[in-house]
Design a protein around this ligand. Sequence first.
Ligand code: APR
Length: 320
Amino acid sequence: MARPKIALIGAGQIGGTLAHLAAMKELGDVVLFDIADGIPQGKALDIAESGPSEGFDAAMSGTTDYADIAGADVVIVTAGVPRKPGMSRDDLLGINLKVMKSVGEGIRDNAPDAFVICITNPLDAMVWALQQFSGLPANKVVGMAGVLDSARFRHFLAEEFDVSMRDVTAFVLGGHGDTMVPSVRYSTVGGIPLPDLVDMGWTTQEKLDAIVQRTRDGGAEIVGLLKTGSAYYAPATSAIEMATAYLKDQKRVLPCAAYCDGEFGLKGMYVGVPTVIGANGIEKVVNITLSKEEQEMFDKSVAAVQGLVDACKGIDPSLA
Ligand code: APR
């Protein structure tokens, strides 16, 4: 059986890391696409030359021609401009919306059967626009944010409790922005919910509140440290986890920016929710019940995403 084909649209910091991870994990053959001629070819060759030492069997290639992504099983989109210090994800809207149009059309014309994972920010609005521009079924177009935000939350919790991060489950709901909703009630250490751990004296409510806020600011914290770009190791790893769930039909329960069609009371909107990812893409949106307080935070986050989507419609009337 032929190896799966993985197309990476955008060969920058995240794109290059995605290619390296996909090769090391032998997820399939990788095609790196970028508009900056030389970058995708150079990164593909560099990674291919790591193959003999690492011992992986995966073909690497770089291109500036969409025809080369033909027949891709998975497409991961990082094309666009990343955040600079002081720039919010939302400032990126106008620039990256135009990028989504060209990428969406490239996918529509060359890889219409792919499972498409969008990483470009502002995430919830960009994945919505990408689905609109590509015309692919909504269950095959998904945004990567919740896995990353949850991983950050899990990392901070594991440090606080001094336990293995493998035993910390957590998830984050809502838009991938300052209004995201790290779910305290549904996050656990070895199955014990966080509020119980506060009662048990493992941590204090104040410390937990600080961790929730640090999770919300997780992207900005890295931007502030790097100064010349945004995070790329953890974002790439998160998208690879989602791609693996699809390619291996793992039925993983992962929080993603998914198309809601009635779930959570939303109609025709992408926002971060728990999902099941398997061979049919987003196979299910897990429609959990929210407490009054969670619902209020979620509504605020949804309103922020809706504002971005409305702004997209204002910029490009074909989306209205
Ligand atoms: N088509 C294809 N590639 C494009 C296009 C386009 N229209 N426009 C820009 N690119 C490419 C750039 O040439 C660059 O190589 O996208 C790549 C982006 O890479 P980086 O600038 O290194 O950004 P990165 O850190 O990888 O982040 C990409 O993910 O997390 C988000 O906010 C982040 O939106 C940003 C994206």
